[in-house]
Write a protein that binds this ligand. Structure first.
Ligand SMILES: Cc1cc2nc3c(=O)[nH]c(=O)nc-3n(C[C@H](O)[C@H](O)[C@H](O)COP(=O)(O)OP(=O)(O)OC[C@H]3O[C@@H](n4cnc5c(N)ncnc54)[C@H](O)[C@@H]3O)c2cc1C
Length: 312
């Protein structure tokens, strides 16, 4: 059984999983990486803020990551979903979408999250090209342009105040009551941030370029880009199946050091656990791989020591 067993199965080959695979490959570990090729930023046209790769197409970034795994012959990459996983004795039994089962000593979940976009007619057409959710990722490209932010209440307030860093021509569209108090409204007025409570009918533009927001009352607001506030949910239910507990914001509860004390051998890293940019996700993958390898090493050494002990 031991010979058929992987040292690690990594679920997800986004920046987190690929980075972990690279380090585990360098540690000469036998690794299977399974991926469904649906990374969180697949709608995006350019990945920003990654040192030496600023502006690269997200798909090209992942292609390079996969290409650089090629020399590490102990790492196997498969395009397949992991549909289930269970802990069996000291290891994990992992079920793949083709119903085959594989065994592994350690399991790393790097499955990421899925964004829940606001239900705005026309949004999907522009998402990733002129509708965005992260001003740090995409604000610079739209600096000094006419921008809108979709959101209300505390979230809308906080993000509008951030977004003004990139453009002073900013309107907060709350699509109903703004839920801002008099002090907030006075601050917005002083900073020149418009507030529009009119109900939105749809977004309009040509190809991938947003041009205007059309309101139900017939009003039209010309804008070059729109930022929205999103919520996320886990991409894969595997952690729940393994007995994982979730925090109220639906990201996994991180405990010390990536490995879960309740479920020994289970490691989680990347966007599943917390909001991270790509560079942070890659760093988490690397660190999780280091700790996973260390855990394997400790087990291996304990076994060798046991073998040295005289039989009584
Ligand atoms: C529109 C948009 C633009 C962004 N722009 C930037 C940017 O410019 N710069 C930046 O730093 N960050 C950006 N981000 C954030 C970036 O997407 C994340 O930091 C990054 O994707 C997190 O990497 P990850 O590996 O944790 O998850 P992901 O990249 O989401 O990868 C998870 C992988 O797991 C796979 N998977 C899930 N479940 C299973 C399963 N059951 N079996 C097998 N495979 C599975 C998925 O198919 C996916 O390939 C952006 C995000 C969005 C939404």
């Amino acid at each position: 059984m031991e010979n058929d067993m992987y040292d690690a199965i990594i679920v997800g080959a986004g920046p987190t999983g690929l980075s972990a695979a690279l380090w585990l490959g360098r540690c000469r570990r036998r690794v299977l990486v399974c991926d469904t090729e649906r990374p969180r930023n697949s709608a995006s046209q350019a990945l920003h803020g990654f040192l030496t790769r600023d502006g690269i197409a997200p798909a090209e970034f992942l292609r390079l990551g996969r290409e650089q795994l090629a020399p590490y012959t102990t790492v196997e990459l498969r395009t397949i979903a992991v549909t289930d996983a269970e802990r069996v004795e000291e290891h994990f039994r992992v079920t793949l979408a083709d119903h085959t089962q594989v065994e592994t000593r350690k399991l790393l979940l790097a499955t990421g999250v899925i964004d829940e976009l606001p239900l705005l007619d026309g949004l999907e057409q522009f998402y990733g090209s002129s509708v965005f959710h992260c001003p740090y990722c995409d604000g610079w490209e739209w600096r000094d342009q006419p921008l809108a932010l979709y959101g209300a209440g505390e979230h809308g307030r906080a993000m509008a105040l951030q977004l003004r860093q990139w453009s002073h021509d900013l309107v907060l569209c709350t699509d109903g009551p703004a839920e801002l108090d008099a002090a907030d409204l006075a601050l917005f007025s002083r900073l020149g941030i418009g507030v529009c409570e009119d109900r939105i009918a749809h977004l309009e533009g040509s190809a991938e370029q947003l041009e205007r927001i059309v309101f139900r009352n017939g009003k039209v607001l010309a804008r070059r880009a729109l930022f929205v506030i999103t919520h996320e949910h886990q991409h894969a239910p595997l952690a729940q199946r393994l007995g994982y507990r979730f925090s109220p914001n639906r990201l996994m509860l991180r405990t010390e050091g990536y490995e879960q004390p309740d479920i020994p051998g289970l490691f989680v890293a990347g966007n599943s656990v917390r909001n991270l940019w790509v560079i942070g996700a890659a760093a988490e993958g690397a660190e999780a791989a280091f700790l996973l390898n260390r855990s394997l090493l400790q087990e291996d050494l304990a076994r060798e020591r046991l073998a040295l002990m005289p039989l009584s």
